[in-house]
Design a protein around this ligand. Structure first.
Ligand SMILES: [Zn+2]
Length: 159
């Protein structure tokens, strides 16, 4: 059994526990959605998930429905990019629950960073009347390549 299979098995167990507790029916399509999502080590957009599942002949409505159930079961959690509900991303609870990403505002490139000091600080924060469950921290800026491109001297226009 590979590491990815273990991730899937754990997520499936959690999903099935939720489904049984809520007296819902198990669905092979939902399990396929979950299996495909387990491949990702990063948050994925709804569009990426729909595209990926089209190969399995799973329609958009089933994907959306599965994402809703998987989120309710706390198998997945949602990221709201820049506070917008429309720019939503999903990630497995079991994979890297807490993360810090740096995002280039010019090219959109996102990179996961492993900043254990900052992660520890965020984890230890306490807030009045609020019970934190997990976090996603995005640090926006400009990547090295974009910075270099911007700094490049402009070529003079030819007359
Ligand atoms: Zn960039």
């Amino acid at each position: 059994m590979t590491g990815k299979d273990t991730v899937y098995e754990q997520a499936l167990q959690k999903l099935n526990a939720y489904i049984d507790a809520h007296k819902m029916n198990r669905s092979p399509e939902r399990e396929t959605v979950l299996k495909r999502l387990c491949r990702f080590q990063r948050p994925v957009t709804t569009a990426e998930i729909v595209e990926l599942l089209a190969k399995d002949h799973i329609c958009r409505a089933t994907v959306y429905n599965s994402l809703r159930v998987l989120t309710q079961a706390e198998v997945l959690y949602e990221h709201y990019m820049q506070g917008s509900v429309r720019a939503k991303e999903y990630q497995l609870y079991t994979a890297q629950q807490e993360q810090i990403q740096i995002v280039c505002t010019r090219c959109g490139r996102k990179t996961l960073v492993h900043d254990t000091v900052l992660a520890q600080m965020v984890r230890n924060r306490k807030y009045n009347n609020f019970n934190p469950k997990h976090y996603a921290l995005y640090i926006y800026g400009e990547c090295k390549s974009c910075h270099r491109l911007r700094k490049k001297p402009q070529t003079k226009p030819v007359d």
